[in-house]
Design a binder for this molecule. Structure first.
Ligand SMILES: Cc1cc2nc3c(=O)[nH]c(=O)nc-3n(C[C@H](O)[C@H](O)[C@H](O)COP(=O)(O)O)c2cc1C
Length: 446
């Protein structure tokens, strides 16, 4: 059976994928930027708009990392404002389960679900570092190995709160003088992380529970997704890696009494379009050079080398010294640093590659850091997306444009109609809620 594709629009984030130096680039803080991207996504009948989360300014060598855009406004405030200027589009925000409290978060999502008429989605992340935790009252809280345990119980608690109005509707019966049925909002939750009871004061929202997304990649993270999520935001956008991830997480579902189609896999994907494939390849090359300036290349290298390399020439060869092994102290507040599990081994690979292809530092970093997922004419990109989805490498994609806020316009105007022509993407929304768009229903009681 031909699968229908799910598409989402990621508001460009705080990293070097976002090219703020492009003449077309605008603010990533002003509301008009959020409105532009969201309304483009809605015109193109996307499933949802997506916000990532970063709760502390990133630093490198003890200074604010200012080569990329810096700073971002609060997720709930942005999504609530967008609810007023969109009608159908899902509104999904990343909110971590480590530094927050279930009562507050459940109130915020239930409220967003009310204000938007059932369009709220929650990307549950555990976040990775003590550095971010320092912003909050419990300092470096919580050790890595306890974060998923807290996430799991956070979810159960939030579900209990979302469900606390089920069967207790607002009556507002003027004759009897009864406004609400007895028992509304009652909850009582006690476990190792939360010891709370009382009454939840947001009545049942249109979706009951917001759509749950998950984005951690470890074994624990994948198990958490299989147990709790409606969709996964993954990093595996290619055929082979995508299929491997897809098979792995979908096979975990049976244990929780769930079927394959109850968990959608949505990798992050970038794209560069052109009039022809050759034109797109040329543009893609230029975009990569915008994304990795000489200074950015040095900063990337420092993250692996774990030392100050400010004196090196980005157009010159790799440093002769080796990376400093041990705790990474150069960069704070970014996930990529954790990915270098074997710095000496990675440095050896990079040296071999640089030597074989005669690459400078900058050319090497352009080569080894993420490149665009889809490059080609609109027809080529539409075919590639469809092929990956039909081959079970994913159920769709969360698209990350490299220019704020107009980076999705061309995709919406040229690729989406081709997907619609092929009968694999909706031409109209068929229901009012984000659960309708994704075809997922709440699946588990607390
Ligand atoms: C594709 C992807 C996107 C993520 N986006 C965010 C984010 O926006 N904010 C955040 O705090 N963590 C984000 N994370 C981090 C995860 O929430 C998680 O905390 C981290 O990866 C550690 O969990 P793990 O060991 O299971 O991967 C993301 C992870 C992935 C794989």
């Amino acid at each position: 059976m031909t699968k229908q594709i799910h598409l989402a629009a990621h508001f460009p984030g705080v990293n070097n994928t976002t090219v703020w130096s492009d003449p077309q680039a605008g603010s990533h803080i002003e509301f008009s930027s959020f409105v532009h991207l969201a309304q483009t996504a809605e015109r193109a009948k996307f499933d949802f708009f997506f916000l990532a989360e970063g709760l502390r300014l990133r630093e490198q060598n003890g200074q604010i990392y200012d080569l990329d855009v810096v700073g971002r406004p609060d997720t709930f405030t942005v999504l609530a404002a967008l609810a007023a200027v969109t009608e159908h589009l899902g509104l999904t925000g990343t909110i971590n389960s480590t530094f927050n409290e279930p009562y507050e978060v459940a109130r915020q999502f239930a409220s967003l679900d009310h204000l938007s008429g059932g369009r709220a989605g929650w990307n549950v992340v555990t976040s990775w570092d003590a550095f971010t935790g320092e912003n909050f009252r419990r300092g470096g809280f919580l050790p890595q190995d306890q974060r998923y345990e807290r996430a799991e119980t956070f979810m159960r608690t939030a579900w209990e709160l979302f469900d606390s109005w089920n069967g207790h509707e607002v009556l507002a019966d003027k004759e009897s003088g009864v406004y609400v049925t007895e028992g509304a909002g009652a909850f009582d939750h006690h476990d190792a992380h939360f010891d709370i009871s009382g009454r939840f004061n947001v009545p049942r929202s249109p979706q009951g529970r917001p759509v749950i997304l998950q984005a951690g990649d470890s074994d624990e993270g994948r198990e958490f997704a299989a147990a709790t999520a409606d969709a996964i935001f993954s990093r595996y956008g290619t055929l082979e890696a995508g299929q491997k991830f897809y098979t792995d997480v979908k096979r975990r579902l049976a244990k929780y009494g769930r079927t394959h189609d109850q968990l959608k896999i949505l990798p992050a994907a970038t794209f560069v379009l052109g009039d022809t494939d050759a034109d797109a390849r040329e543009r893609a090359h230029a975009v990569r050079r915008q994304q990795v300036s000489g200074q950015t290349a040095i900063k990337f290298l420092e993250q692996l080398w774990n030392r100050d390399l400010g004196g090196y020439d980005p157009d010159g060869p790799l440093p002769e010294v080796d990376p400093l092994v041990g705790e990474n102290t150069v960069a704070q507040g970014r996930a990529s640093v954790r990915m270098y599990k074997d710095p000496l081994g990675t440095a050896r690979e990079w040296r071999a590659l640089a030597e074989a292809k005669n690459l400078s530092i900058r050319e090497l970093i352009i080569e080894v850091t993420a490149r665009q997922t889809f490059i080609g004419s609109a027809a080529t990109v539409a075919d590639s997306i469809n092929e990956l989805v039909q081959a079970d490498a994913s159920d769709g994609f969360i698209l990350v444009p490299h220019v704020t806020p107009g980076g999705l316009d061309e995709f919406a105007e040229t690729v989406v109609p081709r997907l619609q022509d092929r009968g694999v993407f909706r031409t109209e929304y068929t229901g009012p809620t984000l659960r309708d768009h994704l075809g997922v229903q709440p699946f588990r009681t607390t």
